[in-house]
Design a protein around this ligand. Structure first.
Ligand SMILES: [Zn+2]
Length: 590
């Protein structure tokens, strides 16, 4: 190629588009309950994408696929996010191919954001079945936004009709069995779901309907629904036992909870709430739950009587409601004193909130008080009487924390550069000083204003003001304000002295890390510990403690909502803490 050819416009263009191989990722997804589009199975989507890629000279270097409910939160798609991360980090990849744009993202707000981020990394989203466009042109942008609008409105429409269908479904009574249909979802404890076929649809596929019956599975010598009634009527209503006692009763009798193996108090709180009690009394209740586990107002619930066999009567359910009220009032009164102590003591433990983990059962260790001493102990011991774990090990709080502080101190010393630390300390001191200085400027300014106002009033009196009462009260108010300001000025000091720290002092502080650390507030200490400690594993069997520390300081990531991530993490530093003075087997008092 010659420059002259270029200037004359006669250069033979080696069409970049034809020569360059493009590397894309493929993404396919199906909605598990989107029947309108049921024909588009994942293999069918992938096939069409393959054909498209071949025709366009695209190499698909990876394919990601997902099946999800049209009603679940769209952002919860692990494969999707894996793909997005790969597309952003692999410079070879310039595109993501989807069967049609609605496969990529339906949400009209979150979708464009992801697309924009990809675009910033040089990655575009292409559809195998829709016209191609360049989002950097006006026409292309219009097509993109129209497509987003079309997809969003389609999914709003589907959601609307599906909900309408569900609302009708729960009110429909089966002509043979006489009870009403259910919309899916796990049945309440004590009930079992079963399906019946009721005709076929247009394509000849059987139409299945879900109903509930009493759960007659035999567990520990009784049918499940009988356990349910026993707890509701005998324990809660007649014996008025607490939720903790209900939990222990079922765990002790080997009656498993529906999802996990053991019962927790919180499950029983939910089973005694109005929607559950109505269902126990035979009412179908739908449309209770809103997003994020909230309840909709009761006026929006769809309630159908005699929708399934009842386990208790409505009168019993009503009486249980009254018992709940009494119990919670009682609980509130009893816990008033206790709550105050829990609140002040709860924060005394530095290593709660998932830092300490039991290796035997995986539960977090929690703060625990036994005979006026503070310990850490496996959460299973405290919340479930040890169920799912085993004999507990009490670890004395001070011993554990002292060991952690020592390790943090060592790590801190190895991380810090004294000179930089000195710079940071002095910067902090200067900022504090400035804050003080600006406060004293503020006070001075206000004092001048007060003096001015005092002057104005005196002037007004001289000028013949007749409302003497007002003038007097105003003078008194301003004088009081002046006293206040003068007092504050005295404490702030007009010229705050900003201390400066030299290398020796900073070095000294660094060496006496434990003492400095001890002066922090509990909140500061907890935050500090989290910068250094990744996880501490405790084996209650052997008393062995394995501390996982970050080998480098975490890099603060300020992007919204992200946790601080460590630059790197060591796999674990075994610290010599086995069965020392701080370790005691659990006493019977536990
Ligand atoms: Zn445990």
């Amino acid at each position: 190629m010659r420059l002259a050819d270029i200037l004359k416009g006669e250069a033979v263009e080696l069409s970049a588009q034809d020569q360059e191989i493009r590397y894309f990722l493929a993404y396919a997804r199906v909605s598990t309950d989107d029947q309108e589009r049921a024909g588009l199975s994942i293999p069918a989507q992938l096939r069409e994408m393959q054909q498209h890629a071949q025709a366009k000279g695209i190499v698909l270097v990876g394919s990601y696929q997902e099946a999800e409910s049209a009603f679940s939160d769209e952002s919860r798609r692990p494969e999707f996010w894996r793909m997005v991360e790969r597309a952003k980090s692999d410079p070879q990849i310039t595109g993501i191919l989807v069967h049609d744009h609605s496969r990529f993202y339906r949400d009209p707000y979150a979708g464009p954001q992801v697309k924009g981020e990809l675009l910033a990394h040089g990655v575009r989203v292409y559809s195998a079945t829709e016209p191609e466009y360049d989002p950097h042109t006006i026409a292309g942008l219009a097509i993109e936004k129209m497509t987003e609008f079309k997809n969003a409105s389609y999914s709003i429409d589907v959601a609307f009709h599906t909900r309408k269908g569900m609302r009708e479904n729960v009110a429909r009574r089966d002509s043979e069995i006489g009870y009403c249909y259910k919309n899916g979802g796990a049945p309440l404890w004590g009930f079992a779901a079963y399906k019946v076929q009721r005709g076929t649809d247009r394509r000849g596929a059987p139409i299945m309907k879900t109903l509930w019956r009493k759960d007659e599975t035999s567990v520990a010598g009784r049918q499940v629904w009988e356990w349910t009634r026993h707890v509701l009527v005998e324990l809660r209503l007649k014996q008025k036992v607490s939720l903790d006692q209900v939990r222990d009763f079922l765990n002790d009798h080997g009656v498993p909870s529906p999802r996990k193996h053991y019962w927790a108090t919180s499950s029983w709180r939910a089973l005694l709430e109005p929607p559950a009690l109505l269902q126990y009394a035979g009412y179908g209740v739908w449309n209770v739950h809103a997003k994020r586990g909230r309840h909709r107002p009761a006026s929006e619930w769809k309630i159908v009587e005699n929708a399934h066999p009842a386990i208790i009567t409505l009168e019993q359910a009503e009486a249980i409601m009254a018992a709940n009220d009494r119990q919670s009032r009682l609980g509130r009164d009893k816990s008033k004193g206790r709550m105050a102590t829990v609140r002040t003591q709860g924060s005394r433990h530095l290593l709660t909130g998932g830092l300490l983990v039991c290796t035997r059962c995986g539960a977090n260790l929690v703060g625990y008080r036994n005979q006026n001493r503070l310990y850490y102990v496996c959460g299973a011991k405290v919340y479930r009487k040890g169920l799912g774990c085993g004999p507990a090990l009490q670890i004395r709080k001070e011993e554990m924390e002292a060991a952690v502080v020592e390790e943090i101190g060592l790590l801190f010393t190895s991380w810090t550069d004294t000179k930089r630390l000195m710079g940071m300390v002095n910067e902090q001191a200067r900022a504090l000083g400035q804050q003080q200085a600006s406060e004293s400027v503020e006070i001075a300014r206000e004092l001048v204003k007060v003096e001015e106002e005092l002057g104005n009033i005196r002037q007004a009196i001289k000028g013949g003001l007749d409302d003497v009462e007002w003038a007097n009260s105003e003078l008194a108010r301003l004088k009081a304000r002046r006293e206040q300001l003068l007092a504050r000025q005295a404490t702030v000091g007009e010229e705050p002295e900003v201390p400066r720290f030299d290398l020796t002092q900073v070095e000294e502080c660094r060496r006496r890390f434990a003492e400095v650390f001890a002066q922090g507030t509990n909140e500061e200490k907890r935050a500090f510990a989290r910068l250094f400690v990744q996880k501490i594993e405790v084996d209650p069997g052997t008393g062995e403690v394995l501390m996982h520390l970050f080998s480098r300081p975490p890099v603060p990531v300020s992007r919204g909502g992200h946790k601080k991530t460590p630059a790197s993490a060591e796999t674990g530093v075994r610290i010599g803490m086995v069965a020392g003075a701080g370790f005691e087997p659990a006493t019977s008092g536990l």
